[in-house]
Design a protein around this ligand. Structure first.
Ligand SMILES: [Cu+2]
Length: 448
């Protein structure tokens, strides 16, 4: 009886709430800006409030706000979206304000922040402000800290952004389903003092992953481990924009991981230091140089370096399956297997059949027929041929002549003459000898 009465009360509240929000109060809410373009938007210079250097969201954007009586007001709308994962593949996802992930929220330490969240999803949701110090009732765990936001309802969250640093936001209601659908976003609280740890470029992205079977476009939401699209901000190589820097720039990259596994993020050509973690900034005496840092599940990391070396430097997850797109899974190893005779027989039944893998998995630029709306497993072309990557791979492009504050792709690096690895043209007798090592050195030695 109690539960029935309570159900009726909740249902009528929801109806009144939804109607009221749609007819009157939505007009009073801050504009819920929306964006469907998957390119990297220019950093949003703050039009009001305390000054800071805005971040660049990789293949994303920052949500504009309204300043009202000293409070920064944002309006997030949770809704179904279509996201281009890379040219040639679109996914049906859930996101905020037209995109998955949602827009980045940027505020300053000490700001009073009010966030309206409208639910246009077919099920209840909530927003958890991952890593923030806030009143318990604003923490966003549905059932624990608040009622879930029913479809059609608008909820309001309000708190002071107490701690500067790197944060994320994501639902804490039917989480497995909603995060598997791409519902998440980035949050940066800038320090009150703009001279604290200044950088010239501050990039942010979320690590996410999807299980979308070849030829389909909606994630399999119950997948626990076998994901096949490893993405940064719901983009896979070659759909991830390059990170660009002017030579000598101090660069920060902030990364948040909302997948179900860890990702060792590796940068070529430079050493960096982990300057920020989930809990805040790392004191300089506790930082050590790295070229790879592991970002574990649910963690945020900020890395920093001086972009001193001109060129196109790979930036990728070092788990090699995470730098591939679908089709590379559940395939038997054919290395060294002579398939010529069996291939002849199969071709009689399937004329398009291609025997593959005998010398390796490289396609050497050949195109394999793949289902519609599916990305090739290894793809992308650079100035010297096929790059044969996918997933969590992009480049850091460092240029001497890049204008300050320009984020446009400068194209491929033109290496100075004589600085590119090339075929040996001289006599083989001029090469260092390749004598077999003595037997005592073991039998696993180098081939002569
Ligand atoms: Cu990875």
């Amino acid at each position: 009886m109690t539960s029935r009465r309570r159900f009726l009360r909740d249902a009528s509240l929801a109806v009144v709430g939804a109607a009221a929000v749609e007819r009157t109060s939505l007009a009073a809410l801050p504009d819920a800006a929306s964006r469907s373009d998957a390119s990297t938007a220019k950093p949003l210079a703050p039009p009001n409030g305390r000054p800071y250097r805005p971040v660049a969201t990789l293949n994303g954007w920052t949500l504009p706000w309204r300043m009202r009586n000293g409070v920064k007001e944002f309006h997030l709308v949770a809704e179904p979206v279509v996201r281009e994962i890379a040219p040639g593949m679109q996914a049906n996802l859930w996101g905020y304000n037209g995109q998955s992930p949602g827009p980045t929220i940027e505020v300053v330490e000490g700001d009073r922040v009010r966030l309206y969240v409208t639910n246009r999803l077919p099920e209840a949701t909530s927003v958890h402000w991952h890593g923030q110090r806030l009143p318990n009732g604003m923490d966003g765990v549905a059932g624990l800290n608040q009622r879930a936001i029913a479809p059609g309802q608008t909820y309001v969250y309000e708190f002071e952004a107490k701690r500067p640093g790197t944060f994320m936001y994501h639902p804490h209601a039917d989480e497995m389903m909603q995060m598997a659908m791409g519902l998440m976003g980035f949050w940066v609280t800038h320090p009150k003092d703009p001279s604290f740890m200044p950088v010239d470029r501050d990039y942010v992205f979320l690590i996410n992953a999807y299980a979308i079977d070849p030829g389909t476009r909606t994630p399999r939401v119950n997948e626990m481990t076998d994901f096949n699209l490893w993405t940064w901000n719901s983009r896979a190589f070659p759909g991830i924009d390059p990170l660009v820097a002017r030579q000598g720039d101090r660069v920060r990259i902030r990364i948040g991981n909302l997948t179900m596994t860890n990702h060792p993020i590796h940068l070529h050509g430079h050493e960096f230091k982990v300057t920020g973690t989930d809990g805040g900034w790392v004191p300089p005496t506790a930082q050590w140089p790295e070229v790879t840092t592991d970002v574990a599940v649910g963690q945020m990391r900020a890395i920093e370096f001086d972009a001193t070396e001109p060129g196109d430097w790979a930036l990728h997850c070092h788990k090699s399956h995470h730098t591939m797109n679908p089709m590379g899974h559940d395939v038997p190893t054919m290395l060294g297997v002579n398939q010529r005779e069996i291939a002849k027989k199969i071709t009689r039944i399937i004329p398009d059949y291609m025997a593959m893998g005998e010398t390796g998995a490289s396609m050497n630029g050949m195109e394999m027929p793949i289902p519609e709306n599916t990305l090739p497993m290894m793809t992308g072309t650079g100035p010297y041929g096929p790059i044969e990557m996918g997933g969590m791979f992009t480049t850091l492009k460092v240029r001497q002549d890049l204008p300050r504050d320009s984020y446009r792709d400068p194209g491929w690096y033109r290496a100075p003459r004589g600085t590119v690895a090339s075929p040996w043209q001289g006599s083989t007798s001029a090469l260092p000898s390749t004598h077999r090592p003595p037997a005592s050195a073991g039998k696993t030695g180098v081939k002569s």
